[in-house]
Design a protein around this ligand. Structure first.
Ligand code: NAG
Ligand code: NAG
Ligand code: NAG
Length: 322
């Protein structure tokens, strides 16, 4: 009875409730899809940024200005020669360089050492690379004055050979000490007007000298253009002469090879820390590109305070630093 009646003449109430539930079902579907689409999009974005974070190792800089979107006009590789076991030093220097502005230039700070030799290094250095991707391990045995500098420069063209990447990969390559403090914005500013070819830049030795065409640049940090890097890779002059005090030997290559018609003496923007005073020291002053011989924490802290490195710390309810 009932069924016949239903099929013949549907109950108006049932019809209304069917219409209403269909309506709500459609609304529900719509909402469900839009929420999920947002989530999918967000997930996709997250995935992409995770990937790009790994590839380009852009470590998040939450409290300091982000690099501008336009492509960098200058690309600099700052290779800091150090030893595998210097974990604390690397973490400290990441803090120092990760909070600096580079005025829209690309300055890649990388730590450079020879083959690992211990089991713990294979774990810890690999983890560092996964997190920061800022380490270059050269094919050499750690050494002093036995050609690490040669291995560094001569390995770079192959390491950075990438047909899809910019050419040259870097305009300039620097070799820096791990007890030097580089102010990257000032470095970039000093480079902008300089030639991009056949350049040898640094703090000329001996300390009182102001003539970059004599002798060589101090190991605290010197920079060459990419064409000289390629010359080091292919020329017999450096290859036949890798042993001896590394930075002096470097100057010998340049002289013997008649390279670097362009030179730039960055003294007194680069100097040794004021104490103890020598002919190589200078007071801390605003026009600084590098301070060398920061041999202890106190010297680092005095230097960092002098350059107001924490001035950009924004106020927050999360902390109070007087
Ligand atoms: C460095 O390590 C690589 C890979 O393990 C090895 O092939 C090479 O011979 C090592 N080089 C030196 C100088 O020990
Ligand atoms: C480098 O050494 C090789 C082999 O000893 C020699 O034949 C060559 O002339 C040397 N080149 C230079 C530029 O000194
Ligand atoms: C650091 O900040 C102080 C106070 O604002 C200022 O007088 C000084 O010139 C700054 N130093 C440098 C190196 O910019």
């Amino acid at each position: 009875m009932k069924t016949t009646m239903k099929s013949d003449r549907p109950n108006p109430l049932a019809r209304l409730s069917f219409t209403l539930s269909s309506f709500f079902f459609v609304v529900f579907l719509y909402i469900w899809f839009s929420i999920n689409e947002v989530q999918f999009a967000a997930l996709r974005k997250l995935g992409q940024s995770a990937v790009s974070n790994f590839q380009y190792q852009t470590v998040e800089k939450p409290l300091v200005e982000k690099a501008t979107a336009s492509p960098p006009d200058i690309r600099v590789l700052l290779g800091i020669l150090t030893l595998p076991d210097q974990y604390q030093r690397r973490h400290f220097l990441r803090l120092i360089y990760g909070t600096q502005s580079t005025l829209g230039a690309q300055v890649d700070v990388k730590f450079v050492f020879c083959n690992l030799t211990k089991e713990d290094q294979r774990v810890l250095v690999a983890l560092e690379i996964m997190r920061y991707n800022d380490i270059i391990i050269l094919n050499c045995k750690e050494n002093m004055n036995k050609g690490k500098t040669y291995t560094y420069f001569s390995s770079l063209p192959e390491i950075f050979d990438d047909p899809e990447g910019p050419n040259p990969p870097y305009h300039y390559v620097m070799k820096g000490d791990d007890d030097a403090y580089f102010r990257l914005a000032n470095l970039v500013e000093s480079l902008r007007p300089l030639p991009r070819e056949d350049l040898y830049y640094g703090y000329v030795i001996p300390c009182p000298s102001m003539d970059p065409f004599k002798n060589y640049m101090s190991g605290m940090g010197y920079l060459i253009s990419w064409d000289i890097v390629e010359w080091i890779r292919t020329s017999e002059i450096p290859r036949n002469h890798t042993e001896g005090p590394e930075d002096k030997v470097f100057g010998d290559w340049i002289r013997e090879g008649h390279r670097a018609k362009n030179r730039y003496n960055a003294k007194w923007s680069m100097y040794n820390y004021p104490t103890p005073p020598t002919q190589c020291t200078h007071e801390l002053w605003p026009d600084t590109i590098a301070v060398h011989l920061l041999k202890d924490q106190e010297k680092w802290i005095k230097t960092l305070k002098y350059f107001n490195v924490t001035n950009d710390l924004p106020p927050s309810k999360l902390y109070h630093i007087p």
